[in-house]
Design a protein around this ligand. Structure first.
Ligand code: MN
Ligand code: MN
Length: 468
């Protein structure tokens, strides 16, 4: 027998926000779909640990999905699929839509760079019979987290004759790895008095790379000599070639399921490959030709403010859209004005161990789906794009219509800190944009945590934008 609802219950039902998608998240079907989707994501994360490796992986995946290299001289037809590999560090994937490009494009923009340790231009030295690389950290890291963990080395040497030698060492079984040393607790009395942010200092992030001298001799720097000899044998390089190299030390860990229930994924570089992967997969999953020309922009340099010619402060995205506009004789500014973008980036997940940094009413929770972040920034919304209510209305209607599990959250309490994404640089082109992505625990740590269900929800959210 059904009981009558009370007046309070009825009013609550009518007026309170419903969290109906969260219940759906726990259904067996959705959970299985999320788990299956994340197997592909885990393989991507293991295979692509730097922006260059991501760009190469995405290019291959695009070609397998019928995308061809973009030719600005060509005139593309609805349904055509093209990609632009930009300086080997960023990729734009594009499906030409049915509508005139004057009606705007749909963009999902995410970044494929992640915090790491870059080798300095002159990295190699020997000190007290041990050989090291000097590093300069890239992006916002907590330096103490990067000592005493296994690191691998990735990147390129571009020799004077222009030939490129790829480096990837420390990932395959049997490969050697590298490490930054820390003090033993027995002798850390003085270091332990330092503040946490000063625990390991920038100039102490020295990568241990060897210890065996070339041969017993009275000569100096024999350990360094031995390292150079090995590098010369393997890569054909000399010490001069470091000047035109980009070598990055990243955590050597493999991606793993976390928890007895396997609901979470631990790995390096979730920020922001956990949004890049859904962005490209949503474009690959599009059935038929979309109404609007749809782009997945997998960009570089977000972690250092999107500066540089592979970041979204540069002209490359605008120029790509300009080429599309020119093909249809539409002014670029009209295309941009009518365009919509999800800036797909991660947000801080609520961490019950550190509740004090969050406003619980406006925090993003693991397993509650893709998180919409209306604005980022710091000190009174400084340095952000604050998404327009009109655009948010469209987005939440689309997500609800497609049954996407989503939530809305801020990055921490007011004045607790802050951060930024590419949203502001997209917004500066007069494109409607809002941040949406996956909540992360231990963001920017060598081993970050996300929930599988949120990764899958972000995929569905990207698809919802492309379909409209
Ligand atoms: Mn990010
Ligand atoms: Mn980041």
């Amino acid at each position: 027998m059904k009981e009558e609802k009370t007046e309070v219950e009825l009013l609550k039902e009518q007026l309170f926000r419903k969290n109906e998608h969260f219940a759906k998240a726990l259904s067996a079907d959705e959970t299985a779909a999320a788990d299956a989707f994340c197997e592909g994501y885990k393989a991507f994360l293991n295979a692509a640990k730097t922006e260059r490796e991501c760009a190469a992986w995405i290019k291959t995946a695009a070609e397998e999905n019928g995308f061809a290299p973009f030719d600005p001289e060509k005139c593309y037809q609805p349904g055509d699929k093209v990609y632009l590999l930009h300086r080997n560090k960023a990729v734009i994937l594009c499906v030409i839509g049915k509508n005139s490009i004057g009606e705007g494009v749909r963009i999902v923009a995410s970044h494929i760079d992640a915090p790491r340790l870059d080798m300095k231009p002159t990295p190699l030295y020997e000190q007290d019979e041990l050989a090291y690389f000097k590093t300069h950290y890239y992006g916002g890291i907590r330096k103490y987290q990067w000592a005493a963990i296994p690191l691998s080395l990735h990147g390129v040497f571009v020799k004077k004759d222009g030939t490129t030698v790829n480096v990837r060492i420390g990932e395959d079984a049997g490969d050697p790895q590298f490490v930054i040393t820390d003090l033993l607790p027995h002798l850390a009395k003085e270091q332990s008095q330092r503040t946490l942010s000063d625990g390991i200092r920038g100039e102490e992030l020295n990568l241990l790379i060897g210890s065996r001298p070339f041969k017993a001799d009275k000569e100096s720097e024999l350990v360094k000599l031995n390292i150079l000899k090995l590098l010369n044998e393997k890569y054909g390089v000399t010490e001069d070639d470091f000047l035109s190299a980009e070598l990055e030390a990243v955590p050597a860990f493999q991606v793993r399921d976390i928890g007895f229930d396997r609901s979470l994924i631990g790995g390096y570089g979730h920020d922001d490959r956990v949004c890049s992967y859904p962005a490209m997969q949503a474009l690959f999953a599009l059935e038929g030709t979309p109404e609007h020309t749809s782009l997945a922009v997998l960009t570089d340099k977000e972690e250092i403010g999107s500066m540089g010619n592979t970041g979204l402060q540069s002209a490359y995205l605008r120029d790509f859209i300009a080429d599309l506009a020119a093909m249809q004789n539409v002014p670029l500014r009209r295309v941009l004005h009518n365009s919509q973008c999800l800036s797909a980036d991660v947000n801080a997940g609520y961490d019950p161990t550190f509740p004090q940094v969050h406003d619980k009413l406006n925090a993003a929770f693991l397993n509650h789906g893709a998180v919409i972040t209306k604005y980022t920034g710091a000190r009174g919304k400084s340095g952000t794009s604050d998404a327009n209510a009109e655009f948010l209305s469209k987005i939440r209607a689309a997500l609800d219509e497609d049954g996407v599990c989503w939530q809305i959250g801020e990055m921490g309490k007011v004045d607790e800190g802050g951060g930024g994404t590419v949203a502001m640089f997209v917004a500066n082109m007069d494109v409607e944009v809002v941040d949406l992505g996956v909540p992360v625990l231990s963001m920017h740590a060598p081993f970050e945590i996300v929930a599988k269900y949120d990764v899958y929800s972000t995929f569905k959210a990207c698809l919802a934008l492309y379909k409209r």
